[in-house]
Design a protein. Sequence first.
Length: 580
Amino acid sequence: MLKTLAGYIKEFKTASILTPVFMLLEVVMETVIPLMMASIIDRGVEVGDIRHIYQMGGLMVLTAGFSLFAGIMGGKYGARASTGFARNLRKAMYENIQTFSFSNIDKYSTAGLITRLTTDVTNIQNAYQMLLRMCTRAPASLICAMAMAFFINVRIASIYLLAVIVLAICLGLLVTRTMKYFDQVFKKYDGLNASIQENVSAIRVVKAYVREKHEKSKFTEASGNLYRMFVKAESLIALNSPLMQFTVYSCILGISWLGAKMIVSSQLTTGNLSSLLAYCMNILMSLMMLSFVFVMLTMSVASARRIVEVLEEQADITNPQDPVYEIKNGDICFDHVSFSYKQDAREMVLKDINLTIRSGETIGIIGGTGTGKSSLVNLISRLYDVSEGRVLVGGRDVREYDLDTLRNQVAAVLQNNVLFSGTILDNLRWGDREATMEECIYACQLACADEFIDKLPKGYETYIEQGGTNVSGGQKQRLCIARALLKKPKILILDDSTSAVDTATDGKIRRAFDQKIPGTTKLIIAQRITSVQNADRIIVMDEGQINGFGTHEELLKSNEIYRDVYDSQTEGSGDFDQPA
Ligand SMILES: Nc1ncnc2c1ncn2[C@@H]1O[C@H](COP(=O)(O)OP(=O)(O)OP(=O)(O)O)[C@@H](O)[C@H]1O
Ligand SMILES: [Mg+2]
């Protein structure tokens, strides 16, 4: 895990080295200042040597100035290294997510990915900054101050040692308890994010089903859980401060008492006593810092693990070694294809599919919900890879093609397609970035989208909101079809893409396809018989298998499922799942 993370710091190696160096310089300066103070008191104030006071005072100001400079530089480089590290992590995660195949994406939740890209990365950024600054500063300050204290007076210094040991044990206990809580806090964060993400992205459905109350209670519970965990963790951390105060004041009391006795018997000077008191603060402050760093670092281990998981996730659909960049034609062949979404699934979603479709054919696909229609067509553009057998396009296994080439030539209008925020034209040009205005208009004519676009005041410049919320379901579907047409594909797949379009327009789109793009192989998944009955051939899917394959007339004669659906729909009642 550390090795993976270290790769993203490389760019900021200099800053990562300079930060602790400046921090060490700061500590050294801080350690010598009390010595100068002692000298001012003992050799200046007590003997009335004004010159010595001026000299030492000047030196002290200089040292303090240098210490300040070192502190500022340390802070600056620390910030640069840690924010740069975070930027690199985010970028790498984002880029890796872009390579994910559908099955990689299935593994993570959207909310989980967002938490990883935001909260988790911020944790790592803070922890790294702490590590660079505090992890050198605190131990160095502790050791320097301790050494100086022993150098000045061994007896008094042993008071520190005792205090440090007691405090270290108490802080250690505190930290281990808090860590346990923080570990749980991050799990709760995922829950909270999931609740927010789901609710906000589906707010319309929530409202339509009057589920606000339920959603609110779900959210209240998630945020309540987080609140309780944080209260527990933070109240433990809050004990840090009184514990510190208690130890500091006990130490000061002990030192003053012992120091006073020693001054009276001339074993210690007043100046030395004042530096010892200053070191006392240094030592205990560093201990507190260390405990804090420890909490931060343990908190970030969970985050680091979650980040590395995304970074190391291997896309399971990648380009082959010597990819083929040309697809000869729109022939499709399924050769003993079986498929399941999970490797260890007991039952296959598609079972031993054999199928040959000629270039330019129009194929209708029909079947009940969950019978594997979408799964079948998703294999053609390699959104998923087959579990067994092979899928051929243009006479070659789809796994031999360059992925971009394949997906440009096999245009799929997915079942739950989305539009992006931007103008209609922007959205259309997802299909072809260089498409001219005429080409865009032509594609919209084929998809019957021009009718409603022309009626919009801004026409093709109309702004589409995120997710396409300001166009109707049928309009969205037609825009998605036009977008796919702009790819000028050899194979066009419409997965239930005209379900929200009225029957007349649906027919018009199909006729346009037949006349204007006869060379393109068209696969049309539909629930309505009318959408597929004019196709060259029709596939009837049932329980992951092909139940029938033929023309409308042939299937009416020979296929029971097809006849049932036909009857139920022509009699004007029932639908696919509930035959009349
Ligand atoms: N991403 C996925 N992960 C796991 N299982 C899935 C996934 N997508 C679909 N399935 C399962 O695979 C089976 C076939 O689903 P598929 O989407 O191919 O059906 P479909 O025929 O397209 O149905 P519909 O008409 O409702 O769109 C279903 O049992 C479904 O639960
Ligand atoms: Mg489907």
